[in-house]
Design a protein around this ligand. Structure first.
Ligand code: THG
Length: 281
């Protein structure tokens, strides 16, 4: 099952048979005062700095989230996404709960984008899926609905099934759905990561679709977060996750190592290439 995304000239394929795909998380002002301020002032140089860091650390795709309270996302999301796309040739993941902002960004961007996200709530399905169809985009489906995030594997899997089914009714293929089994912090619930890992396993077996994770969520509230993120990603990849929204600066090396261990890196070429590219800096 291949999910294909495109920028102006490049194509990224998400697939269980291919190396794990890194979606850079850093253009997201949640809890980041400097970025929130820069977005509010229209200082987009800072955004481009964050983009460059992630591209240098071999992000395949970039998540773009401009959700600052009081900021007009309908204006700013297309502006920022277009700026990134004009300067860097890699596909974007539009991260917004605002349907109008998603529509405005889709209208001005080239390529085949990843919409982040739809979920099992009726109003989300009704608003977001038609956009996916209209723009020939792909979409991340979150395994939550009107009742919130289920605490058990089975209910998360059934929501994934519902999203896939509803998309099919509009003629959106399974290739264009990437399911996100949702990651909560293990700091609050010691079973949180296990439920996510169990959901990955079952979705892989039942639907075979691609699977994304907001991997850094797992360590909220803990010290030395990157160590926890690294261990979690490695486990999640072994269960069948195929892409993650995460910090490429801290996580690409462990992802390359995991691909190597999973037999997805002939003659260790990608591992070595990444190692050398980071030595040069
Ligand atoms: N699923 C989907 N989309 C998502 C999420 C998800 N989008 C948002 C979020 N969750 C994923 N993005 C982030 C971005 C940053 C952080 C966590 C998740 C984060 N940042 C550190 C902080 O704020 O302290 C800073 C990290 C750093 O040092 O750079 O933790 O689950 N589909």
């Amino acid at each position: 099952m291949d999910t294909i995304l495109k920028s102006t000239t490049k194509e990224v394929k998400i697939s269980i048979d291919k190396p794990f795909v890194v979606i850079g998380e850093k253009v997201n002002p949640t809890g980041r005062k400097i970025l929130a301020g820069a977005l509010a002032e229209g200082n987009y140089d800072y955004v481009l700095e964050l983009v460059k860091k992630q591209v240098d650390a071999k992000a395949d795709i970039l998540d773009v989230n401009v959700g600052v309270p009081g900021l007009d996302e309908v204006k700013v999301l297309p502006e920022v996404a277009k700026l990134i796309s004009d300067n860097y040739d890699l596909p974007l993941c539009l991260d917004s709960a605002n349907h109008d902002a998603l529509a405005a960004a889709l209208a001005v961007l080239p390529g085949k984008l990843l919409i982040n996200s739809v979920n099992g709530e009726e109003k989300s399905l009704e608003k977001v899926l038609p956009l996916v169809k209209e723009y020939g985009a792909a979409v991340i489906g979150l395994t939550m609905d009107d009742d919130g995030i289920p605490s058990d594997v089975e209910t998360r899997v059934s929501i994934a099934g519902k999203i896939i089914e509803r998309a099919a009714k509009l003629g959106i293929s399974e290739e264009d759905i990437v399911i996100d089994p949702l990651v909560l912090t293990v700091g609050a619930d010691s079973n949180a990561a296990l439920v996510t890992l169990g959901t990955i396993d079952m979705i892989r077996k039942e639907f075979g679709v691609n699977i994304n994770l907001g991997a850094s969520n797992v360590s909220f509230g803990l010290p030395d977060r990157h160590t926890v993120n690294q261990a979690f990603l490695s486990l999640a990849i072994s269960k069948g996750a195929t892409c993650a929204i995460t910090d490429p600066v801290k996580l690409t090396s462990i992802i390359r190592a995991t691909d190597l261990l999973m037999g997805r890196d002939k003659s260790s070429l990608r591992y070595l290439k990444f190692y050398r590219s980071q030595q040069k800096k």
